[in-house]
Design a protein around this ligand. Structure first.
Ligand code: AMP
Length: 488
């Protein structure tokens, strides 16, 4: 394990601007490859809302469409672009990043290029921690980059590899890469899926009739009626062609470190990741939180939507009534997507409103999945007091977020993380609650995996809560991480 202070190499400043939370989908062997991909991306919309793209292969040529905005706006079943996306193989990508791009259109994945061996298309979920150094040396030796995305480094490395076959070239490239990646690629009439050796980000295999699917979450299999075959293993490369599915393990084995935040917030509650239902995990966290930090109250109120399953678990375990004291407007994006602090503050109001009938005169416990900057909590607590709540307590279904993520989940720089600088008592006074508690790290492990955290080899990547980064970070990366507002 490598700590954040491990000296590796210097990243260029721009690396800090592009951290992507994304969703990927790939299908092999369907006449409706592009339709299945559009549906899959729609199910994964929560993983990225800035842009979406689909690339198909029809046995002779590649076809692509990329667009800013939501999947439904750009990949409607009868749209002219869907008719152009011919072929039995397709990959697609939802993108979250929003800031720092000179030309956001150039950042939209899948990336596709004509390489020496033929066409190659790639979609990536994760974040590469040594992309800056690799990019600098590729540029020095003649590569022309089209985007500022770390993902494009992989394409250039594949192009330069001397290996004869595509899977060899991809393996060559990924052996030079550090960081978190779940990839789907199309080349040479094959669909290739790869998970990094730590398995930080999810990737699952599904089947529908004679077609195969690889995608970020099982909810994207459900929407097309595919069965969930299994998760790809950490470090596994699955190659799917007309002969079927071939599994390779090209990397050195390390202890897996799946991202625990996928359970807390990022994955959809109806997905099953790494063999665990996300909804069940969230409810268990709520129940554990109630055991760890009981407080007398009249009502449990979830902060919708992400706090709902934990609040239900809390209510069941504490036998306190559950009610909807906050109503969410579903027609605004995630709070985080706004580019400035002011916009973000206003958008909390756009997104949530009090339901005074439920809360007036009541001692309430608000349950949310996390506190990052404290913006949401502060607004919601004020809203509850204005609606007449007698007492406002808050319970958080994750430990304090003290460190930024460098493996593909958007978190602001450390200076903006409220828990990096304030004690729990100070946060409580800052957001204006009568009491505040976060689940403990061990409580979170108990709830999700029925075990406590092994300090020698933690079972998950929990760097955002512990500061222990399993994959090397370029020197100074954590210290240097600049505020990037809306970037993901
Ligand atoms: P904040 O207002 O900065 O404290 O953000 C906390 C809220 O943002 C919580 O209600 C979470 O549901 C949500 N949240 C936490 N992490 C993320 C993330 N990485 N991306 C988007 N939203 C998040």
């Amino acid at each position: 394990m490598t700590s954040a202070s491990h000296d590796v190499h210097e990243p260029p400043a721009q690396l800090d601007g592009f951290h992507e939370e994304c969703g990927v989908f790939g299908v092999y062997g369907s006449d409706e490859a592009s339709v299945l991909t559009a549906l899959g991306l729609h199910a994964l919309q929560h993983r990225g809302q800035e842009a979406a793209g689909i690339v198909t292969f029809d046995g002779a040529a590649f076809h692509a469409h990329r667009a800013l905005g939501h999947v439904g706006e750009n990949f409607g079943a009868d749209s002219p672009q869907m008719k152009e996306l011919r072929g039995h193989v397709a990959i697609g990508h939802n993108r979250y990043s929003t800031s720092g791009n000179v030309n956001p259109f150039m950042e939209i994945q899948p990336f596709s290029s004509e390489l020496a061996f033929g066409g190659f298309a790639l979609a990536h979920n994760g974040n590469l921690t040594n992309a800056g150094k690799l990019r600098a040396s590729l540029i020095e030796t003649g590569s022309l980059f089209q985007s500022s995305s770390d993902t494009e480094v992989i394409v250039h490395l594949v192009a330069r590899s001397h290996r004869a076959d595509v899977t060899g070239r991809l393996t060559d490239s990924l052996k030079q890469i550090e960081g978190a990646y779940s990839l789907v690629c199309v080349a040479d009439d094959m669909l290739i899926g790869v998970r990094d050796p730590y398995g930080v980000r999810p990737l699952v295999l599904g089947r529908i009739g004679d077609s195969w699917i690889m995608t970020s979450e099982s909810c994207a299999l459900d929407i097309v009626g595919a069965s969930h075959v299994r998760d790809l293993e950490p470090g596994e490369m699955l190659v799917i062609d007309s002969d079927g599915v071939h599994s390779h393990k090209p990397f050195q084995t390390v202890s897996p470190r799946f991202c625990i935040f996928e359970y807390i917030y990022f994955s959809r509650p109806d997905s099953v990741v790494e063999g665990r239902g996300v909804y069940h995990a969230r409810k268990s966290i709520g129940a554990e939180l109630a055991r760890e930090s009981h407080v007398d109250a009249d009502l449990i109120i979830p902060v919708p939507d992400s706090g709902v399953p934990a609040a239900l678990g809390y209510a069941e375990s504490s036998a306190i009534a559950f009610d909807l004291g906050i109503i969410r407007n579903h027609y605004v994006g995630r709070t985080f997507i706004q580019p400035t602090q002011k916009d973000r503050t206003d958008s909390v109001k756009l997104k949530h409103n009090a339901n005074p009938e439920a809360v007036r005169g009541k001692r309430i416990i608000l349950v949310d999945d996390s506190i990052v900057r404290g913006t949401t909590s502060r607004k919601i607590v004020t809203m509850m007091r204005n609606a007449g709540a007698a007492e406002v307590h808050m319970r958080i279904a994750s430990p304090p977020t003290t460190h930024p993520c460098f493996y593909g989940v958007d978190t602001p720089s450390r200076d903006q993380l409220i828990a990096a600088h304030l004690s729990i008592a100070e946060i409580a006074s800052e957001i204006g609650v009568d009491s505040l508690a976060f689940i403990t790290v061990d409580g979170m492990y108990r709830a999700i995996a029925n075990t406590v955290r092994d300090p020698e080899t933690p079972q998950f990547c929990d760097a955002c809560f512990t500061g222990e980064y399993p994959i090397q970070l370029a020197s100074g990366l954590s210290a240097k991480r600049v505020s990037h507002g809306s970037a993901a």
